[in-house]
Every structure is written in C-alpha cells, then in structure tokens.
Design a protein around this ligand. Sequence first.
Ligand SMILES: CC(C)(CO)C(=O)C(=O)O
Length: 418
Amino acid sequence: MQFHVLGLGAIGSLVSHHLRHSLPPRNVVTLIHKSVRQARNTIEDGPTVYVENGGVTSSTTGFKSEIFEGTVSSRIPLSERTAANEEKGPGFSSNDIQEAERIDSLFVTTKAHQTLPALRRLSPRLSGNSTIVLLQNGMGIYEELVEHIFRNPYNRPHFILASNTHGAFIRSRAARFHVVHTGIGEIQFGIVPDPAGRNFEAGFFDPEVFPLGRQARITDITTSSEQDHQFGRYQSLRNTVAALLLMDNLRTSWRPMEEIQLAMRRKLVVNSVINPLTAILGCRNGELFSHQAARSILRGVCTEASRVYAAEMQAQAKVFVDSLGPRSEDEDALLLNRFPPVLKWQSLEQEVLRVAELTKGNYSSMLESVRRGSQTEIKYMNGHLLRMGKAYSIRMPHTASLMHMLQLRSAIPVEVKL
Ligand SMILES: CC(C)(CO)C(=O)C(=O)O
C-alpha cells in the first residue's frame, strides 16, 4: 500500500520518519514536496529525514518523492534533469516524472489555510476508496473540504481527524528535514462516521464485552475481501488506522470521535492563546505565563471559549432532546446541562499552562510564520472561535483582540532600530 505525506514541516517530517520506521518496507511512503526547489535541496541522495530527540539523532531513508502533481523517483539524480523542465514546475513532462498515481492514504500536515487549495489539486487522485488523515492545528478544515471539494458523502474519501500534542521544530531552513522533537506528547485520532452507516466504533461500546475490556477493533472497519464484498471501499481506512497504531513512538491512540472532538476543542484553545501571544511578542512558549498580564489574557480566552462550547453543546443536546419526543422537564434539564468538565474554563486554562511548559523551549508555529512573512493560521484558531461566538451571540473581546493584534503584527513589521 502507498502512503503519501503532504506538508513537510516539523510535524510532517516527524510523522514521515515514524511512518517509514514502523511500516514494512513493501509499503511505499511518498513525500510530496512543495516545489522542485524543495525537492532538489533534499533528494540528491534520496530524501533523508533526521529526528533529534534528547540530543540523539536518528535518520530514515527509503522514501519516494513527488513534486505536487508529478512523481519523481528518488533514485534518479536531480542533476540529470534539465533546467527547462524544472522551470515548468509541478506537472512538467519529463521522463523522470511518472504518471500521477492514485492516492490510497494521505497524511495532511500542511498549514490549515493551505489545505483546501492543495486538496483541490490532488482530488482527481483521491476517491471514495482513499483515506485522508488531517493532522493539523486549528479547526474547521474538514468542514471546508466537504463543503467545497468532497460534497457527495457516498463517494468522498474516508477522513481521520487527529489531535497532536507533540512539540517539534525544524532545526534550520537549510537542513529542511532535520526535526527536533522537543516535547513528547501524543496523537489521538478518530474516524469520521461512515455515511453508509458502518459502525467503526462498535468495539468501544460493545455491550457483550465487560466495560473495562471494550476497545477499538480494526475488524469493525473491514475484515477481508472474502468476508466483505465492500472490502475495496474500506481497505485503505483499515490500513491507515493500522499504520497510525504502529507508530507507537508517537503515542498514537484510536479514540471515539466524541473524545477527539473534545481533544480538538482543547487544542484549539491552546493554539488560540499561545500562538498569537508568542507571535505578537516574539518569545518562546515558556516565557509567557510567568507574567500576570498573560495570565489575565489566558483567563479571558478560556472563559470565552468555554462559553461558546457550552452554547454549542446545549444547541446540539436540544436537537437530540427534541427528537426524543415528550419528556419531563427534569429529564430535559439533565440532558441539556451535561457539559464535559474538560471544557470548563479552569480545565482549559490548566491545559494551556501544561502545553506551554511542555513546549517551553519552542518558538510557536505562528511566530515562525510571522518571522518568515507567511500567512498565519489565525483564522482557523481565534477566527474559528469567533465564528462560533457569532453563531451563538456570545461576545468574545479577548479572543478578538488577540486576533486583531496578531493581524497588525503580521501587517506592520517591527522596527528594529529607532
Ligand atoms: C502547542 C504549540 C503552541 C507548540 O508550539 C503549537 O501547536 C504550535 O506551535 O503551533
């Protein structure tokens, strides 16, 4: 089976390294390079990914390379390619470029705002038999993809949504695939429910199994071509879940989608506080919260986020309660007031502090984007919270001010010398 990785920043490189390490060599792992220039810098001898952890560096080779729409065999030296071909960029015709292949399994680790255009371009190679893993910061990306590209639920690829708490950065721009893994976190993932109704999560809730023994079962996705006449539709999903679970050095775990939604909401708040604050101030994650002023902003954003999450859950619970038909007021109140403690502001605040400590030596991804003069992911972080606030008529002045300050910081370069 073929695995593709799109987005070769710190997390993309880290995932590529662990994917290649844990999969048997017969599985192909292809790195999708942004441009010929990026590929040239890295694949003279075949791409190598270096991962540094606690001062020890290990390397991985054995990847295939591809430049967005065309494929490049890493065994063919780039020096043999003509300048004329290179100038044509993605999709240029060269003997080295094979027919663009079908994509079975795609790990997406690009920036949130790059995802829609990138997947639009790759969509002819994706089908209902493919699987896409979204492993990114921010929220609202999946919704954008199904609204604009994969509209038909019955022939869209399977989606896995993942929440990552590992901290990593690229050592230097020159050594593009040298990643420093600074904070050991985890990757929790869940599968978006099947529009055709197959219950991938049956194992988590199997009443036949003693509660402590209940766990995800890969056979709930599919078994074999002999037993499942739709095996072809679900095979890539099963193999992608298996590949994720094999990457145990990244502490991967398959969780019910409801839990992933909670993890993503918590991560969204982490990113909506740490990322803009560090980008505005130009400091490391760990420098923020020894200052009372930062703590006060933290409290403000966590309180606002918790309010919108509560409003969203109430609205969803209301739809559910209404669908149950007539019930007593007490029963209704019980269902409507169920709010997960992990989304209360106190818990969100603790989570932001925990991640800031875990990644204290890091420069956040948003600060790096601002320093490079590139677009930030703010619209998928604070912007997402604000869209929810608007939908539920909740004022969010702290979340909005942080976004506006960040936008100013991106637009007005800092004057170094007066
Ligand atoms: C958690 C944090 C802030 C770690 O740096 C991050 O996810 C980022 O930089 O985008």
